[in-house]
Write a protein that binds this ligand. Structure first.
Ligand code: GLP
Length: 241
């Protein structure tokens, strides 16, 4: 995995935004895997600026998002459906029909997951997958476990993740207990994975990520097996390396 260590969160976000923009400039029909969470917010802000300045055109881009809470309504401001429009999609010229996010309102999660994988596979996987990482090493909502799923699936969130994500909700009881997440197969289908990590809270998991061992108890550690991963960190996240 290639490491890029930036001084600040802003520098990390700008670096990531340029990598995404170059991908789209090189291949206007790119398929991009988008992530949510607080980490990529700065990257999306920079991408909006690059779009506004005319540097990048998203009209040919197709998006496949990593995950979504389940169940959750689209108009819930904590849904990833809402988050992506609020932070990026409503501000750029990506086409509505090219947006794919696992549907938190679906009535048949198993069918939704199968269909999501089928559609993504039919398009050949993603060209670039943006990823964040949970404090416990999860990617998307692939939580630490004895075995990990290849396919997109309905996952029970760990107590740890529910507690960490409660900060975005009014009260912890409002955090959905489950989520639909792209599995490891979907993540690995990407030609290039861009993992973004910032802040001192993530320093211990960064240390594990680069410890030289892989385990499903740290799902992100499996990324060491992918041939093309770029990890962009700020100095705080990299402080224990
Ligand atoms: C969330 C998301 C992940 C994200 C992670 C880290 O639960 N499902 O895709 O990478 O947790 O979030 P943050 O960037 O806010 O630290």
């Amino acid at each position: 995995m290639r490491k890029i260590i930036c001084k600040t969160y802003e520098e990390m976000s700008a670096t990531a935004a340029y990598i995404v923009a170059e991908q789209v400039r090189t291949k206007p029909q790119s398929i991009i895997g988008f992530a949510t969470g607080s980490t990529p917010v700065g990257t999306y802000k920079q991408l909006r600026s690059l779009y506004e300045s005319g540097y990048v055109d998203f009209s040919g881009v197709t998006a496949f998002n990593l995950d979504e809470y389940y169940p959750i309504k689209h108009d819930n401001d904590q849904s990833y459906y809402y988050f992506m429009r609020d932070n990026l999609f409503s501000h750029i010229n990506i086409k509505e029909e090219n947006l794919n996010i696992p549907n938190g309102e679906c009535s048949d999660p198993a069918k939704e997951c199968t269909e999501y994988d089928r559609k993504m596979a039919a398009m050949g996987g993603t060209d670039l997958q943006i990823l964040g990482i949970g404090n416990n090493g999860h990617i998307g909502f692939n939580e630490p476990a004895d075995s990990l799923s290849l396919a997109t699936y309905l996952v029970d969130l760990t107590e740890d993740t529910i507690e960490v994500n409660a900060r975005f909700f009014e009260k912890i009881e409002d955090v959905p207990r489950q989520a639909l997440t792209m599995g490891m197969g979907g993540v690995f289908s990407s030609k290039h994975i861009l993992l973004l990590i910032n802040g001192s809270k993530k320093a211990p998991i960064v240390k594990e990520l680069f410890s030289g061992s892989i385990t499903p108890q740290v799902p992100a550690s499996l990324l060491n097996l992918h041939p093309n991963v770029t990890v962009i960190m700020d100095e705080e996240a990299a402080s224990l390396l």
